[in-house]
Design a protein around this ligand. Structure first.
Ligand code: ZN
Length: 257
């Protein structure tokens, strides 16, 4: 009961922020009035960014959700969505995405989401398109399929299908050479986001290095994952007491020294 009340209080408290933030992202005519000065939103953004587990009065442990080829979304899953500019995101996490984008802007960094929620139909089309390109480049059907699986999650196995991941700015490895990437590396966790597919973790995550792909896991777990250096797969295994993931990480970790 208390949790529900806390959630309700947060939703009510967060609504004006969402509207105000939306006013910065959406065309001006969509927001008629702004009742709160911008400095108040910035103060709230900083407040949220400095919180740790439980301090924000909401339980976002729901966001510690493993979505990958072995753990697809339930068939037919459709998240409740909320607009983040021209794109859509899980309604429970949208405020964090907007706050992060706004705080980056305050620091002189322009984060442009190029992909957020993606429908399963769109996921299928992306998969087919990548596969066909691979065939055209001369790969055999089996090779093309393997290559596509490492680059594009199969439908229902993408975090984008859950509306919990954002691709920023340029979907290419060189993104890690930019100020935007540096800012995200230093700050994303403060808003509950992690870089989901680090370098040299294909074996664990099943996905190539994607410096542009950031995943909402909640404030507490984002900080824990950042500090641990684990992938989400390894971290969830660690939380469950499964040492296999930690052993796999230790092997990679020791090799890097
Ligand atoms: Zn992505």
């Amino acid at each position: 009961m208390m949790n529900k009340l806390k959630k309700l209080c947060f939703i009510i408290a967060a609504l004006p922020i969402v509207v105000l933030l939306a006013s910065q992202v959406l065309p001006k005519q969509k927001v008629a009035t702004i009742a709160e000065p911008v400095s108040a939103i910035e103060a709230r953004a900083r407040e949220l960014a400095s919180l740790t587990a439980g301090e924000d009065g909401i339980d976002n442990s729901w966001a510690l959700w493993l979505i990958n080829a072995k753990n697809p979304l339930p068939y037919g899953y459709l998240p409740e969505l909320r607009s983040i500019g021209v794109l859509e995101f899980d309604s429970r996490a949208a405020v964090y995405a907007l706050l992060m984008i706004m705080e980056a802007r305050n620091a002189g960094v322009t984060l442009t989401p190029v992909s957020a929620y993606r429908s399963v139909e769109r996921q299928s089309a992306n998969f087919e398109s990548f596969y066909n390109n691979a065939l055209n480049e001369g790969y055999s059907p089996a090779e093309a399929f393997e290559l596509t699986v490492a680059n594009i999650a199969v439908p229902y196995a993408s975090e984008h299908n859950a509306g919990l991941a954002i691709d920023f700015n340029t979907v290419e490895e060189e993104f890690d050479q930019t100020d935007e990437f540096n800012w995200l590396s230093d700050n994303a966790r403060k808003f509950g986001f992690i870089m989901r597919y680090p370098e040299n973790a294909l074996e664990t995550t099943g996905i190539i290095y994607e410096p542009w792909h950031f995943r909402f896991v909640g404030l507490y777990h984002a900080k824990q994952i950042y500090n641990s250096g684990l992938t989400l797969e390894e971290y969830i295994g660690y939380c469950r007491g499964d040492n296999t993931a930690v052993d796999a990480f230790r092997e990679r970790f020791e090799k890097s020294f």
